[in-house]
Design a protein around this ligand. Structure first.
Ligand code: 5AD
Length: 433
């Protein structure tokens, strides 16, 4: 599978370059020093990440040429065929018209979408969200890889299976060499253009080591790096950015300070938000969001989660279900339904700025194997595949029986590719701002 289409540099405008993709031009930030007009590049998340030779680019473009338009056609038809229910769901239709005209719906409207209980109306909301996704993002779908570099965690989050209170879990910390080899496999053998490095909050792996790893990755590979090591503070964020990380994945978990406090003894929401706000100031692409189905959470809380993600300048929304883990204090709480989670994603597509990408989380797939497709048909347009070495992947047990945990990377890629092709989505990231 190819995760990006090479584009050709057409012109420079300050720190930006205009890149041409089959006649369509997109703006991307360029940080490569020797780039010239006419060069071929891969870009991800709005950053030029690497140059490719003309022969490699032309060869890749040749394989994409027909497929690109075939996929677009399937996706175009899928939204054209959507049943529009006319006046029946006038309130949602008005919201859709507002969003289609680049307007913004209110928080009350968002709550209405989240609270709808009528099956027909909920389907209408999902279809309208799919239309909005299509209008702004076309058929492009972001496919990032994630490497879980360690499961040691000093935190005690009540829902999380890798909390330090779970003494029955075998802990691991991948070495620098193991991480570099996993990155190599992902980038060179499988073609990933964007990777998330994730771990628990692990004070025994100091930030300086993480910085060294990111520096080495950026030296060796043309890949966009997102870091996800929990709260690393202002200095940690600065150092990782300097090392070359350009994205941060950090969920705020809940925008309700009471829920947050209850579930995260010894931590507070404000500190977490400070990291997210500072990362945004530094220029990180922000992936954030919350858990759906936490004890005591209301539709109003979820609407505020979506609102907060917007305030944090979210680039990619990551909202997924809470799933009970047997060795945590929430072992006996029930997860939400897949329909409820997909409704959250669809409602978020209405409310958030149209450039925002919406992730289908592994949690949602774990909740229900068909939910991935439903979410993609309901406004979502991003996914992450797990690139962690197999034996480590099984130990990154934030919740049990994670979807794809027994599948090799090749199998995961194959099923993702089949699904995307059946939906007419191109596994590329062409929807930068
Ligand atoms: N269910 C769903 N998601 C969980 N996470 C941790 N534990 C669980 C769980 N039991 C999520 C948190 C965290 C991310 C790495 O994993 O939202 O930010």
């Amino acid at each position: 599978m190819c995760y990006a289409i090479p584009g050709q540099v057409k012109s420079f405008d300050g720190k930006f370059v205009l890149v041409d993709y089959f006649g369509e031009q997109k703006k991307a930030i360029n940080e490569l020093s020797a780039l010239k007009v006419g060069d071929y590049v891969y870009a991800q998340g709005g950053f030029v990440i690497t140059k490719v030779s003309q022969s490699e680019a032309l060869q890749t473009l040749e394989t994409w040429k027909d497929l690109f338009f075939e996929l677009k056609d399937i996706d175009d038809r899928s939204v054209k065929d959507m049943p529009w229910a006319g006046a029946k769901f006038a309130k949602v239709r008005d919201m859709f018209d507002c969003v289609s005209a680049d307007g913004k719906i209110s928080l009350q409207d968002l709550q209405y979408l989240l609270s709808s209980k009528d099956a027909g109306e909920r389907e209408f909301i999902r279809n309208a969200a799919n239309q909005s996704r299509h209008k702004y993002h076309g058929n492009s779908c972001c496919v990032h890889g994630i490497i879980e570099i360690g499961n040691v965690c000093d935190q005690v989050c009540h829902y999380c299976g890798i909390s330090r209170l779970n003494t029955s879990l075998t802990r691991y910390r991948m070495s620098k060499e193991e991480i570099l080899e996993s990155v190599r496999v992902a980038v060179e053998d499988y073609g990933f253009k964007a990777l998330v490095l994730q771990s628990g909050e692990d004070a025994d792996r100091p930030i300086i080591e993480l910085v060294d790893i990111v520096t080495e990755i950026k030296k060796r590979f043309g890949v966009l790096i997102f870091v996800s090591f929990g709260e690393v503070g202002r200095e940690g964020l600065e150092q990782l950015y300097t090392a070359g990380a350009r994205g941060l994945l950090l969920r705020f978990e809940s925008s309700n300070p009471n829920i947050y406090q209850e579930l995260h003894p010894g931590s507070n929401l404000d500190d977490r938000l400070k990291d997210l706000r500072y990362a945004n100031e530094l220029g990180y692409l922000i992936i954030t969001g919350s858990l759906v189905g936490l004890p005591g959470q209301t539709a109003e809380d979820i609407s505020r989660d979506i609102q907060l993600a917007g305030e944090l300048n979210v680039e990619m929304l990551s909202m997924g279900p809470f799933l009970p883990h047997p060795h945590t204090p929430l072992a006996h709480n029930l997860p939400p339904t897949k329909e409820a989670v997909v409704q959250v994603l669809a409602a978020a597509r209405f409310y958030l700025p149209s450039h925002v990408k919406i992730l289908v989380t592994t949690g949602l797939e774990t909740l229900n194997a068909e939910a991935r497709e439903l979410a993609f048909r309901s406004g979502a347009n991003s996914m992450m595949l797990n690139v962690t070495p197999q034996e480590k992947k099984l130990l990154y047990e934030i919740y049990p029986d994670r979807a794809h945990q027994n599948e090799s990377l090749a199998v995961q890629i194959d099923s993702a590719k089949n699904l995307l092709q059946s939906l007419g989505r191109a596994p590329t990231d062409l929807s930068f701002r």
